[in-house]
Design a protein around this ligand. Structure first.
Ligand SMILES: [Zn+2]
Length: 450
């Protein structure tokens, strides 16, 4: 079964064709380790994880690379503010990031690499760009000349007829204003001792060149998949393509996958608005990271989502119900092939996790399937969901207290006497005590409610 994914480059859903049969290589822009990511960043990291899991579910051998940006404008600025070395700052946040990945059950990428460990690859790439005449030296650094790049801006669908001759030293700038950008920044007072020797002048890499160099160092000149948030399409990914392709003359990435934006209570997340939510904030509000993950799966990765505590709490309740059902089911069943086929079709259709989650609830309600088979099937699905369903402990039924049993017996009597009003009233009373009645072929069962 082909995997179809929406490719930002062509703005179309395409059948994935790997470079090497049975293999998939992917690169994702990792965190800038000067702070902990907000939940919008983690939406993208969960998406990356699901991409990997979907390919592995389809028996691909995946090589996943994620970087940590441990040298750039932001990290240098923050280390100076905090009065610590760049390394002390970035290692601290890198460690926190890894712990948060684990809490979200995001699989550790096969290669989790630091920009500062790939400086030589960046220097080599800048040298290649200079040799090819695609980059030039200016007063404060080496710049990529966007007029020398074929189809500059194609990913962002920019239509540039007359490329600007202006330059931009900062790593972040506006889509309306594409310019030549810095691939190498010469040593400056601002950067302090953050500097490496290079044949074209001591200094440090620009942010964009870092990802190109790291991705190609590990995965080769052409990658199957590159992912990131929509906000990275311009300038970051646009510039990654420009530098890489100008240096190698080959296509850099075959499929670009971008995750949608996240609002918080219908507003854009921004520091100035004070609505930046971190995983730690959510935990303080008694929402588990796995519940957040479940909530993310209920929306398509490309759709814009609106985070509210109400929404994520209701997702948490659903996840708890799912876990309790699984905890009750016995082991030893078999995966139900009709469900597996449908599940596979959904996830292979541009990662349609909302449909896959809906299928879970359909399966739970399906009286024709045995509990053991349901469990085996759900655990199989969880290879993609990553909700740790296999580690749900067996759920112990709460013993039914004698007074609840007495109410249930009284209800049976009322039913036999066709006194439906009384039977309903008794059922309600049982529910108020935290139990529910299930009419099964073997008679009425009483169990704890959740
Ligand atoms: Zn990147």
């Amino acid at each position: 079964m082909d995997i179809h994914i929406f490719n930002t480059l062509t703005r179309q859903k395409e059948a994935f064709k790997p470079l090497k049969a049975g293999e998939m290589s992917m690169y994702q822009c990792g965190p800038t380790v000067y702070d902990t990511p907000h939940i919008g960043n983690y939406r993208t990291f969960v998406m990356d994880d699901v991409v990997r899991r979907v390919f592995e579910y389809n028996a691909y051998r995946v090589t996943q690379v994620m970087n940590a940006t441990d040298v750039d404008d932001k990290t240098i600025k923050r280390s100076k503010q905090e009065g610590v070395t760049l390394q002390a700052l970035t290692r601290k946040y890198e460690q926190m990031f890894l712990e948060e990945l684990e809490s979200l059950n995001i699989l550790l990428p096969h290669h989790f690499i630091r920009a500062t460990d790939y400086i030589q690859a960046m220097i080599d790439l800048v040298s290649a760009l200079l040799e090819k005449g695609a980059a030039y030296a200016a007063e404060d650094g080496i710049y990529l000349s966007i007029s020398k790049v074929k189809d500059y801006g194609a990913l962002a669908h920019l239509n540039i007829k007359d490329p600007s001759k202006e330059r931009v030293a900062n790593d972040e700038y506006d889509k309306e204003d594409p310019r030549d950008f810095a691939v190498w920044k010469f040593r400056s007072a601002e950067d302090g001792d953050v500097s490496w020797d290079a044949p074209f002048g001591a200094g440090r890499p620009g942010w964009h060149i870092e990802c190109s160099a790291m991705a190609m160092s590990v995965l080769g000149t052409t990658l199957d998949i590159h992912t990131g948030g929509t906000d990275l399409i311009f300038p970051h990914h646009t510039n990654e393509i420009a530098q890489s392709e100008a240096a190698t003359g080959k296509q850099f990435v075959r499929y670009w996958i971008h995750g949608g934006f996240m609002n918080v209570s219908d507003e854009k997340m921004a520091k100035s608005k004070g609505n930046f939510i971190k995983l730690g904030d959510m935990i303080e509000e008694s929402v588990s990271p796995l519940a957040y993950r479940y909530w993310l799966l209920t929306s398509h990765y490309r759709s814009q989502v609106n985070f509210t505590y109400e929404a994520v709490r209701s997702a948490q309740n659903a996840l708890i119900r799912l876990m309790k059902e699984i905890g009750r089911y016995p082991a030893g069943g078999a995966v139900i092939s009709a469900y597996k086929e449908r599940f596979n079709a959904y996830i292979n259709d541009d990662l349609n996790t909302p449909q896959a989650i809906a299928l879970v609830w359909e399966l739970l309600k399906d009286a024709a399937q045995s509990d053991a088979d349901k469990k085996a099937t759900l655990l199989d699905f969880d290879a993609v969901f990553g909700l740790k369903l296999a580690s749900v402990p067996p759920f112990e039924e709460e013993p039914v207290p004698p007074e609840v049993q007495a109410l249930a017996d009284a209800r049976e009597e009322a039913r036999k006497a066709k006194d439906w009003t009384q039977a309903d009233a008794l059922r309600k009373e049982i529910e108020e005590r935290g139990f529910e009645l299930n009419d099964t072929p073997d008679g009425v069962k009483i169990r704890g409610r959740f």
